[in-house]
Design a protein around this ligand. Structure first.
Ligand code: AMP
Length: 543
């Protein structure tokens, strides 16, 4: 027997209409490329989204067309999210940090019709213009007064909006209609496109909303440092409007000093981003001897949050939520909101739990598989590859039958490529990316564990553990590290510091000092680059 309830499509356009009505006072506050800070409420935003939607129709955008963005976090980028997806087109966010080769590949692969670009990134497109489709059109996201000279024959964003009606009838379509496209950074081979639907995006927004609602009050200000050009800024542009948060959009100034200033000035309550960003902010907090006013909550994800970072934030009264996810998961998989019994633990034990990747979001199923393809117990000990399943997880990749055929197993589970364990309380620990695990003498060593402990050494500011080939042991761990001060600690000293947590054979064979660690387009430490950089390196006992 079927239930007798209405079935309304879950559409992205509903989110902003709701926010404009229910949270009319909340604002989007943006650091603009024009150099000032801009503010507008959700009702004002909705009116501009209507104008933009009309303009897009005028430019011939149709259901299913891909419309790309190459932009920082700001209100115009937010408007594009809603105007494009609201009319059934696909918002293709492009990461400006990609190589020219990858950019050319994805614009051609996505068959974008239009690209909306911030003034900052105009040179990137000009440099590759000849390799992009001839009929592609460009819109620069600024007003006439700030339009840069360009060879793109580009339209002006604000001019597109002028004189457009401040109303628009959103078309009603199937909730499974594609809404967003984000390519994975792809460390090998070509990038692959995760194609989100209206339904998956709305469900993900509600899922993230549940998580946010536990620690962020209505009317609080939320700062997505995580870019709108990478996995929809973890869903914040969809979840925060539901909860009545004001959004503080940082534009392009993401260094510690600028972030501190913005957070302090705008009284940001909660800020979200990858660990490298928080390293910068923590440096500035240390310099100033205080945290930004109102700063109470930080979400760290994208790569493992170092234990030391969690400890430092928690000591200054900033609640840390450690989240894990993937582009293919919209991206939230697990989150670090902890039950009361964890908060009540002695400080060090509480930090230990927060260094894990937290519990699954409702709607995301997790399973761990051993080498024989058997499910292992969630006992905190058994380790294997993590598989995920749910309404916010890809079933395949855009226009890529080969990768799609391998995306999920026979029961619809997506293999994450992460090696993990889950304990009796449902708390996930990511041990490593499977390709980053270090295999020594038939035993695995977690690079994340090595990094966490090494980074707690006062002489080490940042580090990455990578495997180096060894004829006898297969691989041996080596630390590539950035010194915290002028004095670089000796390897013996680092071993003494680490030996409390590791067996002797697990300790790194060497430390290589560098000025800075290479980062990927999404701000994570690039172990691939490190492995290439040190391809000719020889371990001390082989020299
Ligand atoms: P991406 O699709 O670029 O967002 O990368 C997803 C991958 O980043 C995951 O499969 C993990 O390997 C890694 N990752 C994301 N969040 C975390 C975390 N909190 N701890 C450890 N690894 C993470």
């Amino acid at each position: 027997m079927k239930g007798m309830m209405q079935h309304r499509p879950l559409l992205i356009s509903n989110i902003l209409e709701y926010a404009a009505e229910a949270h009319a006072k909340a604002e989007i506050i943006s650091v603009r490329t024009e150099g000032d800070i801009h503010r507008q409420t959700y009702p004002q935003t909705l009116r501009r989204v209507y104008q933009l939607a009309n303009a897009l129709q005028g430019l011939g955008v149709q259901l299913g067309d891909r419309v790309a963005t190459l932009a920082w976090n700001g209100y115009r980028h937010f408007e594009l999210y809603y105007a494009i997806s609201g009319q059934g087109a696909v918002c293709h966010t492009i990461n400006p940090r990609l190589s020219a080769e990858q950019l050319i590949y994805i614009v051609n692969h996505a068959e974008d019709k239009l690209i909306f670009v911030d003034t900052t990134f105009v040179p990137i497109l000009q440099a590759v213009r000849s390799e992009l489709p001839a009929d592609l059109r460009f819109v620069i996201m600024t007003d006439r007064a700030h339009m840069p000279e360009n060879t793109l024959d580009a339209l002006c964003y604000e001019e597109l909006l002028v004189d457009q009606p401040e109303s628009f009838d959103w078309p009603e379509f199937d909730e499974n209609t594609a809404a967003g496209l984000c390519y994975t950074s792809g460390t090998t081979g070509n990038p692959k496109g995760a194609l989100y639907s209206n339904r998956s995006t709305v469900l993900h927004a509600m899922m993230v909303g549940l998580i946010m609602g536990q620690s962020i009050p209505e009317e609080a200000r939320v700062l997505p440092v995580v870019p709108l050009f990478h996995v929809n800024a973890w869903g914040i542009p969809y979840a925060s409007p539901l909860l009545g948060h004001s959004l503080v959009m940082p534009g392009g100034a993401l260094d510690g000093e600028n972030l501190f200033k913005l957070m302090d000035q705008e009284n940001v309550f909660s800020a979200w981003g990858v660990p490298t960003v928080w390293m910068g902010l923590l440096g500035e907090i240390q310099k100033q001897g205080r945290k930004p006013s109102g700063f109470s909550d930080v979400v760290v994800g994208g790569s493992a949050a170092p234990r030391k970072m969690i400890e430092t934030f928690e000591k200054m009264g900033v609640n840390v939520g450690h989240a894990w996810g993937m582009t293919e998961m919209s991206p939230i998989g697990t989150h670090g909101n902890m039950p009361k019994w964890v908060k009540d633990l002695p400080f060090d034990q509480m930090v230990d739990v927060k260094a894990k990747q937290g519990r699954r979001a409702f709607g995301v199923q997790l399973k761990i598989i051993d080498d024989n393809g058997q499910r292992v117990a969630h006992d905190g000990k058994a380790v294997g590859e993590l598989y995920v399943r749910g309404n916010t997880i890809v079933s395949g990749y855009f226009n890529n039958p080969e990768a799609s055929a391998k995306a999920v197993d026979g029961d619809g589970w997506f293999g994450t490529g992460d090696i993990a364990s889950i304990d009796q309380n449902g708390i996930l620990t990511i041990q490593d990316r499977s390709k980053d695990l270090i295999k020594s003498g038939g035993e695995w060593i977690s690079s994340i564990d090595l990094e966490n402990v090494a980074m707690a050494h006062p002489g080490i500011a940042a580090c990455a553990a990578i495997a180096m080939p060894h004829p006898k042991w297969d691989e041996r761990p080596v630390l590539v590290a950035v010194a915290a001060g002028a004095d670089k600690p000796a390897l013996d000293d680092i071993h003494t510091h680490m030996s409390e947590h590791f067996a002797k054979w697990q300790l790194p064979d060497d430390v290589i000092w560098v000025e800075a660690l290479p980062l990927t387009a999404t701000g994570k430490v690039s172990k691939l680059t490190l492995r290439q950089q040190f391809a000719d390196y020889q371990l001390p006992d082989l020299r």
